[in-house]
Ligand binder design. Structure first.
Ligand SMILES: Cc1cc2nc3c(=O)[nH]c(=O)nc-3n(C[C@H](O)[C@H](O)[C@H](O)COP(=O)(O)OP(=O)(O)OC[C@H]3O[C@@H](n4cnc5c(N)ncnc54)[C@H](O)[C@@H]3O)c2cc1C
Length: 328
């Protein structure tokens, strides 16, 4: 391993089971290591999120699709397609949408299917929130919310969004200084089901500058239940910031009020609507390099916030950390 003073097979903790954390974990597992992955949610995927809402109903309420610009991510996407967990999405766009040009890929049956296979070979710790990462001699301790002793690891890779990573490492002034320039914007998402199918003449309406930045028919993605008329709406960053601390029922009600105008028609009754706040949704000011390393390569920080606001950037960050750890 390329970690200076560490044993040839260091114990490794990865915080976060999103694209960055699991890409790193999978690469390390292929090298014969077995990292422990701590994830505060019950499931895998992070912002590549899929929310089940009853029989045959699911919503991708985080990332909507991924694009491929690098050879390494292209190869990962080809493998995912061969394994039947990814496919192309070609929504019918509204005039205002910017769809077209690049291929868009989605997980099948949900966005989180893109990362689930990457957990193979790791020691997964789901529903395990990390409250702090503390120095312990040459190693690190991972502390839970009700756990003062914690568990020790030679190496820690933290892939939480930058503002959260900063809190976990509050006792490390170097970390705070390195992350000071990184900025992330919030996003309120609305998951919505109508009592009858709606046909506004589009599957996707995208207008980044408006209060409702994104409206998409979830069922138009491959491998979804086409009969369930599920829609996902994302508020724009300004609206999301202005309404950040709202109760989620109130946020849902305000978003629903804006829908008739955005759809351009009289809407049927809404059968179910749930809002979700992504406090750190999209990177607006990235770090500018693929990861950060501290303490003689025993602490790594990564995620999409390193290089930019796309899932592919999270993949690149996770892979770069694993390669650095492996000394490749
Ligand atoms: C609304 C929205 C729309 C988006 N649209 C697109 C899009 O269309 N295309 C695109 O490419 N990208 C899109 N993105 C961005 C994309 O989702 C991210 O770039 C990518 O998923 C980030 O992966 P990550 O691994 O860096 O972070 P995350 O996915 O955030 O993973 C970090 C993980 O760490 C866990 N975690 C955090 N703190 C702790 C803790 N204390 N203890 C334990 N676990 C912790 C989190 O639960 C999470 O699972 C969108 C994101 C959002 C929110």
């Amino acid at each position: 391993m390329g970690t200076g003073q560490h044993p040839t097979r260091p114990s490794i903790a990865i915080i976060g089971a999103g694209m960055a954390g699991l890409t790193c974990a999978r690469h390390l597992a292929t090298l014969g290591l077995r990292p422990s992955v701590f994830e505060k949610s019950r499931g895998l995927g992070g912002r590549l999120a899929t929310r089940r809402a009853g029989e045959g109903l699911a919503f991708d309420h985080g990332a909507q699709y991924v694009t491929v610009r690098s050879a390494a991510f292209g190869s990962a996407m080809r493998s995912a397609m061969e394994a039947g967990v990814a496919d192309r999405w070609r929504p019918a766009p509204a005039v205002a949408s910017g769809a077209g040009g690049e291929d868009w890929f989605v997980g099948v049956p949900g966005m989180n299917a893109l990362v689930k296979p990457l957990a193979e070979g790791s020691d997964l710790r789901l529903s395990r929130e990390v409250a702090a990462i503390r120095r312990d001699g040459d190693a690190w301790r991972i502390l839970g919310p009700d756990d003062d002793a914690g568990e020790g690891f030679d190496v820690v890779v933290c892939t939480a969004p930058a503002p959260q990573a900063r809190k976990l490492l509050a006792l490390e002034p170097e970390v705070a200084a390195a992350l000071a320039g990184v900025a992330m914007a919030p996003c309120w998402a609305l998951m919505l089901r109508f009592a009858e199918p709606v046909d506004p003449g589009f599957d996707l309406r995208r207008t980044e500058s408006e209060d409702l930045a994104w409206i998409a028919r979830n069922g138009s993605k491959p491998g979804r239940n086409p009969r369930a008329d599920c829609w996902v709406v994302h508020a724009g960053p300004d609206w999301s910031r202005r309404h950040l601390e709202l109760d989620r029922d109130l946020a849902a009600a305000l978003l629903i009020e804006m829908l008739p105008q955005a759809f351009g028609l009289r809407l049927p009754r809404i059968e179910g609507a749930v809002a979700h706040r992504w406090r750190y949704a999209r990177t607006t000011q990235p770090l500018g390099s693929s990861f950060l390393a501290f303490a003689d390569n025993s602490l790594f920080l990564g995620g999409d916030w390193c290089l930019g606001a796309r899932a592919e950037r999270a993949f690149e960050s996770g892979l770069a950390i694993a390669r650095s750890l492996a000394g490749a």
